[in-house]
Design a protein around this ligand. Sequence first.
Ligand SMILES: Cc1cc2nc3c(=O)[nH]c(=O)nc-3n(C[C@H](O)[C@H](O)[C@H](O)COP(=O)(O)OP(=O)(O)OC[C@H]3O[C@@H](n4cnc5c(N)ncnc54)[C@H](O)[C@@H]3O)c2cc1C
Ligand code: FES
Length: 255
Amino acid sequence: MKYDVRICEILKKEEIAKGIYDLTVEAGELAEKAQPGQFAQIYIPGKTLRRPISICSADAAQRTMRFVFEIRGDGTKLLSEIQEGQSLDILAPLGQGFCLGDTSRRALFVGGGIGTPPLLYAARKFGGNASVALGFRNAEAVILEKDFRDAGCKVQIATDDGSYGYHGLVIDCIGQEMPEVVFACGPGPMLRAVSKFAADRGIPCQISLEERMACGIGACLGCACKILRDGREVYGHVCKDGPVFDAQEIVWEVG
Ligand SMILES: Cc1cc2nc3c(=O)[nH]c(=O)nc-3n(C[C@H](O)[C@H](O)[C@H](O)COP(=O)(O)OP(=O)(O)OC[C@H]3O[C@@H](n4cnc5c(N)ncnc54)[C@H](O)[C@@H]3O)c2cc1C
Ligand code: FES
């Protein structure tokens, strides 16, 4: 789908957990084009390279898009300092998002930490047919729980230290689920475990990957990753062929 550049006014900005910000921007026609699982390249004044941030949700009627990001380095720190009423230069929507298919199927969404935001837009489409399992470091790091519940999804939270919800890894609280399709985004070990969970049960699974990016549009080879196509290992681009891949296409690094 065709992407575009647009200067978008920040309508709302909120710190929803320590170092994690929730931005809603006026996005015009970008909001109509944006599909669940796609991302944007956001220009940050003073930085040469745009920063890739997932589209957490888009509202075509309100012509808005929402981004939730965590401060990781200089770029995201500067982004957190931009205020409501100021504007962002946004290139979007980019990449291949989730293939949702029939949203009356029982879907399982598994998210870890800052891998949670890209799942919200897709989970909303499944509403009450979605079970959502989210893992975080601790109670203070939990984000978007209310958003998933407001969408009608069944939500389970796991924390590493047991300060909220299930004490342990998110993968350990999905054992009883028998979904018809699985979607996941988060840290590598979690994605690998989710992929195995689905493969062991013969359930289709889509995984959103993260890789360091430069152009974001398939022009620089900055985000090369090994994938399986027609049974052969080839190099793909996370930005153009992904970020969402069929779990069976992913070549997991050893270790
Ligand atoms: C498709 C995609 C979607 C993403 N969605 C989100 C999101 O919704 N919320 C969120 O908080 N973060 C998201 N990220 C991660 C986010 O892009 C990085 O945290 C951010 O680019 C770090 O920039 P920085 O300047 O703060 O850090 P620095 O480490 O100073 O960045 C230096 C350079 O490395 C790149 N880089 C560093 N870490 C990453 C990374 N993990 N992924 C890609 N490039 C990186 C930066 O873009 C920059 O070019 C996403 C990444 C990808 C690839
Ligand atoms: S970031 Fe340039 S090809 Fe993917």
